[in-house]
Write a protein that binds this ligand. Structure first.
Ligand code: FEO
Length: 392
């Protein structure tokens, strides 16, 4: 992809990674991604905002051919998918200053071994003039690491937001065209990397209320030329109450736990509660994370294996504990053969969750009449808890 004009003297640069399917050796990328950089040519100074992931660095360097100078290289975020080509850019433009938060400076010195004298640190709210264009830096920690900031281009009212509001979609579209598709991808990205920091992100959103924003240009995915809806969506994900939804990640070895899961799902549905099931061995964890953004209740379904939960269920519990969703209730269902400590082990893995644990339902072997009665009681308990909450 060649560089593309956004507004007068403002360009998209970067790379479309059509084939990437995993990020951070953790996050599924079903639709690939993009690494967006931006070039702003002021009347006196030129700024490059972010770079690209190192395997794509030749694409960025080709786009920079013919650019006579870069005075400032704005690095919003030290993660390598945006910072990893800074060294190469500095080789070509040795006079450029790398503009960062103080925390990003130390991180980039550690991660990329960029010399200290290359940095210009900026405070929250500080402005930098390019002549006829002015950059204002807004510190926005934890979108996605503690050092992150965004840049507001005052004259054009564009917010360059890096991971904040980003989405992993590889496409040749420069702007958001399919809002539903981008909503899903942006929610997935929020769930995977920002959900644990909801209270800080709420403060970041509040800070942005001081700015008139005509356009949001993130560093993954397409540009929002009508950004109000994505800011509203973030507001809901961060501040909104949970939904009348049970997320049910489960694993079953010989079908007994699956029978319990199916019975509970039907019982909940009859009470008007939505349920989303995830068969863990074949689950896209990004989809599970998205459901965790909304769910009021989590029910983990697992057989007992080697005296504890199935490792796939333990992984799901570990993930939920790390993502710290807004769920308020949790329970466990599953089958065992002769004994074990499944409930105790899982309960010990969710210390970060602010949930009330509802009575688990375990059965020996195939579920029987008393198991189904216990599952009915669990469905009744969940329904009663949901009725007592402000849910949407
Ligand atoms: Fe797109 Fe946190 O890097």
């Amino acid at each position: 992809m060649n560089k593309r004009l956004i507004r007068e003297k403002i360009y998209w640069l970067g790379a479309v990674d059509w084939d990437r399917r995993l990020f951070d050796s953790l996050i599924p990328l079903p639709d690939g991604t993009t690494y967006n950089a931006y070039l702003i040519e002021g009347s006196e100074k030129t700024a490059l905002l972010d770079t690209v992931d190192p395997p794509m660095e030749d694409k960025l360097m080709a786009q920079l051919e013919g650019i006579p100078k870069i005075d400032y290289l704005i690095s919003h975020h030290a993660e390598q998918d945006h910072s990893g080509t800074i060294g190469r850019v500095l080789e070509k433009f040795p006079g450029a200053s790398v503009v960062v938060t103080a925390k990003a400076k130390t991180m980039l010195m550690d991660l990329l071994q960029i010399p200290e004298d290359k940095f210009l640190t900026v405070d929250d709210g500080q402005a930098l003039s390019l002549g006829d264009k002015t950059l204002k830096f807004i510190h926005t920690p934890w979108v996605h690491w503690p050092e992150t900031m965004v840049t507001y281009l005052e004259e054009d009212r564009i917010l360059f937001s890096c991971d904040f509001f980003g989405s992993h979609i590889a496409t040749s579209d420069l702007y958001v065209i399919d809002r539903c598709r981008v909503y899903e991808a942006a929610k997935r990205y929020f769930a995977e990397i920002m959900m644990p920091f909801r209270s800080i992100i709420a403060k970041n959103l509040d800070k942005l209320k001081d700015y008139e924003i005509d356009m949001i240009a993130p560093s993954h995915g397409q540009i929002y030329d009508d950004p109000a809806w994505i800011m509203d969506a973030y507001g809901q994900w961060v501040n909104g109450p949970p939904q009348n939804l049970v997320v049910l990640p489960y694993v079953s070895m010989h079908g007994s736990t699956r029978q319990m899961v199916d019975y509970l799902t039907a019982a909940l549905a009859e009470k008007g509660i939505r349920v989303e099931l995830f068969d863990l061995p074949v689950t896209d964890i990004g989809k599970l994370a998205m459901s965790l953004v909304d769910a009021a209740t989590i029910v983990v379904g697992t057989p007992t294996v080697l005296a504890g939960p199935h490792p796939a269920a333990a992984y799901a519990a570990f993930l939920a504990n790390a993502l710290r969703p807004k769920a308020r209730f949790l329970s466990i269902v599953g089958s065992y053969g002769w004994g074990g400590k499944t409930v105790e082990t899982l309960a010990g893995m969710i210390g970060n969750l602010k949930v009330e644990v509802l009575d688990p339902v375990l059965c020996k072997g195939l579920p029987k009449q008393d198991t189904f009665e216990a599952l009915d009681n669990l469905a009744d308990a969940i329904a009663a808890k949901h009725r007592g909450q402000e849910l949407v």
